[in-house]
Design a protein around this ligand. Structure first.
Ligand SMILES: [Ca+2]
Ligand SMILES: [Ca+2]
Length: 270
């Protein structure tokens, strides 16, 4: 009898531990980027002199605030938030994000407004990319490559433990209608429990040739219709006097390493 009681206590302890960690949606854990900030390179446009419009331009919202607006709002009125970076993991235990290696996949998704109660629905049959996470409870998971950053402020935040990073994969990311191909893409996050992840870092490389082919959407003020490379320091037609270009992992292709910092929220995804 005593043995049975001990067993029961152990069993209930186990159950409550699982309940503590199980995400409230009882589905696979998914995260949606809720803040996103391009840290490096910065973007420049020639408009009354060469202007860095990464954050502001003449007191108006620049690139990052416009991306953030797309994350938080439904400006086109279709009922869904306008920019959704949603990653799903093959676990229903949120703490596995930083204690286990799991499969990760980014899905094209419709996420309902308002953002505070959003739920997401995948709208494609295959993911945008898929990879595998490497967890780390003790050290830094992802940090910029040496010699590829330009010392902008605020600076790039590396992803510290408890954290994970994905293995490199070639991706095409949708950034408010601009499709940006990034090679050797990795994303990382830090997680300490609850519904929010922190210290997200997204990095990947775009070659000059590819950046010449990416045309910025016409509805972006001042730079719409121009190649992405034209707003990047060192790019064809850029007004910037400095050069943010880097070499890729092979050391043979010139382009730019892109670095975004993010935070994400756990969301239901079906
Ligand atoms: Ca919308
Ligand atoms: Ca650079």
């Amino acid at each position: 009898m005593k043995k049975f009681i001990v067993m029961s206590v152990l069993l209930s302890a186990h159950v409550s531990a699982e309940e503590v960690f199980t995400n409230s949606f009882e589905t696979l854990v998914a995260t949606r980027v809720s803040t996103l900030e391009l840290k490096d390179p910065h973007m420049y446009v020639n408009f009354g002199g060469c202007q860095d419009f990464t954050y502001t331009i003449f007191g108006q919202p620049g690139f990052n605030p416009q991306v953030q607006d797309s994350i938080e709002n439904d400006d086109d009125g279709d009922g869904f938030l306008d920019l959704n970076w949603v990653t799903q993991y093959t676990t229903d235990q949120a703490h596995h994000l930083v204690t286990h290696s799991v499969d990760a996949a980014q899905w094209e998704a419709n996420c309902t407004e308002p953002m505070s109660t959003t739920t997401c629905h995948s709208i494609s049959t295959s993911p945008i990319w898929q990879s595998v996470t490497q967890e780390d409870l003790l050290s830094t998971c992802l940090t910029p490559r040496a010699g590829t950053t330009s010392g902008y402020s605020p600076s790039i935040v590396s992803t510290d433990a408890p954290c994970h990073t994905t293995q490199t994969v070639d991706v095409v990311l949708n950034l408010s209608g601009t499709l940006i191909p990034l090679r050797d893409y990795q994303q990382a996050l830090s997680y300490n429990g609850g519904d929010v992840t922190s210290m997200g870092l997204h990095m990947g490389f775009i070659s000059e040739a590819e950046a010449d082919q990416v045309i910025l959407p016409d509805d972006i003020p001042l730079v719409g219709g121009q190649p992405l490379s034209s707003v990047l320091p060192g790019g064809t037609g850029s007004c910037a006097v400095h050069d943010d270009r880097d070499l890729d992992v092979t050391g043979t292709v010139m382009g730019w390493w892109f670095y975004f910092n993010s935070t994400s929220t756990l969301v239901p995804l079906d």
